[in-house]
Design a protein around this ligand. Structure first.
Ligand SMILES: [Zn+2]
Length: 385
């Protein structure tokens, strides 16, 4: 079978979206002029409970379908990803509306390319010639690459007016106030929610991720409107040196540092929000969670304090889960690059979940394949050396 049909017949992929891009770029034998007819024939096949090899052969011959090379597949995936992010542009502020958001001269809401890691106070500290190393959403490379600090970690997720809510962390030194800690956690929430929601553009996957994001967003929104910053609890850890690395993201944890399982509720995935950033003389690690999730996550902070293994513990937690991470170029080459294989292995350990559906109560349950001791750092990765 052609590798294109492997993708198009996979129930996790939205065939119509992939066909649109394959036809547009004229890859795999698809052409714009045959797109509609091919889509119709393919969906008839895909919606059948079973189909034969001869039915597939018929489609391959009828449309001259050929295998697609990895480079071409990367090009397709990349364009889908770019458009998915473009289509997900919106102002996330709870008071966003066509009248409240800033607009361009044509009256359209004007999004700014907001940095999820501060450009002025953090990226400028770690950049060299205005460049940093990090994972890019705009190329298919899976390793960190050199990118302009202006492109690092930006999403169009606020208008100019509403991006100003981040002023207390953009324009003031970090003073560990509850408002600053709240804003760092909120930004970590946004930084991981935008790409997470964008993947639904091309993937037909369990929609629990959308519901989880909506429910967490509601909690953040209420707090922003009422300036109720104590809905977030933050534990602050300081390293007594400047390390030129910065990260921000949110994710859920299946196990704590001692390998105890963390059992999540069924109606809202509880997440932690992490931010790592240097100042001129120190490096801060903020571990935040919603105060209502205290029972689930408060032991993480106490374990970090008790274990006395802070550099290793922060490294493994961040490197296992965070792709929104940036390094000073020379620091990346000297310290991180040689650890790429270990970092890949560590990340893979946390990426395999599967979902089972209970037909009776219509609920789905996510089962994680993450090993319970993965935070013991057996691959010995380190961000601070
Ligand atoms: Zn706005």
């Amino acid at each position: 079978m052609s590798n294109i049909l492997d993708i198009l017949l996979n129930p996790q992929f939205k065939a119509e979206v992939f066909i649109e891009y394959l036809s547009h770029f004229r890859r795999g034998g698809l052409r714009p002029e045959s797109k509609d007819s091919f889509t119709k024939d393919l969906l008839i096949l895909k919606n059948k409970t079973s189909f034969s090899i001869s039915e597939i052969d018929h489609i391959i011959k009828k449309y001259n379908i050929i295998d697609i090379k990895q480079d071409d597949l990367d090009l397709i995936m990349l364009n889908i990803q770019k458009d998915a992010l473009k289509k997900s542009e919106k102002c996330w502020h709870p008071l966003a509306s066509t009248s409240a958001c800033s607009k361009d001269k044509n009256g359209h809401v004007q999004f700014i390319h907001a940095h999820t890691i501060q450009n002025n106070r953090i990226l400028n500290l770690i950049c060299e010639d205005s460049h940093v190393y990090g994972y890019s959403l705009n190329i298919s490379e899976t390793k960190p690459i050199k990118i302009s600090r202006n492109d690092a970690s930006t999403f169009s997720c606020f208008c100019n007016t509403h991006d100003k809510i981040f002023d207390p962390i953009e324009n003031s030194d970090y003073k560990n106030t509850s408002e600053q800690n709240f804003l760092f956690a909120y930004r970590a929430f946004i930084a991981s929610s935008v790409p997470k929601l964008a993947q639904y553009y091309s993937l037909d996957i369990d929609r629990q991720g959308i519901l989880d994001t909506e429910k967490n967003k509601e909690i953040f929104n209420g707090a922003i409107i009422n300036s109720q910053y104590d809905i977030v609890t933050t534990e602050v850890f300081e390293l007594d040196s400047f390390y030129p690395v910065s990260a921000c993201s949110s994710f859920d944890l299946d196990f704590d540092f001692e390998g105890n399982p963390i059992s999540h509720s069924e109606d809202r995935m509880e997440c932690i929000y992490v931010t790592l950033f240097p100042t001129k003389k120190k490096t801060y690690f903020l571990l935040s969670y919603l105060t209502q999730d205290f029972k689930l996550y408060s032991q993480l902070g106490s374990q970090l304090k008790k274990r006395n293994n802070l550099k290793s513990d922060i490294s493994v937690l961040v490197l296992a889960h965070v792709e929104n991470i940036f390094y000073q170029p020379c620091y990346y080459k000297a310290v991180i690059q040689s650890q790429e294989t270990s970092i890949d292995k560590l990340m893979q350990q946390t990426q395999f979940d599967f979902v089972i559906h209970n037909e009776e109560d219509k609920k789905s349950k996510s089962i994680s394949l993450t090993p319970k001791d993965y935070l013991s750092n057996k691959y010995n990765v380190g961000l601070f050396r």
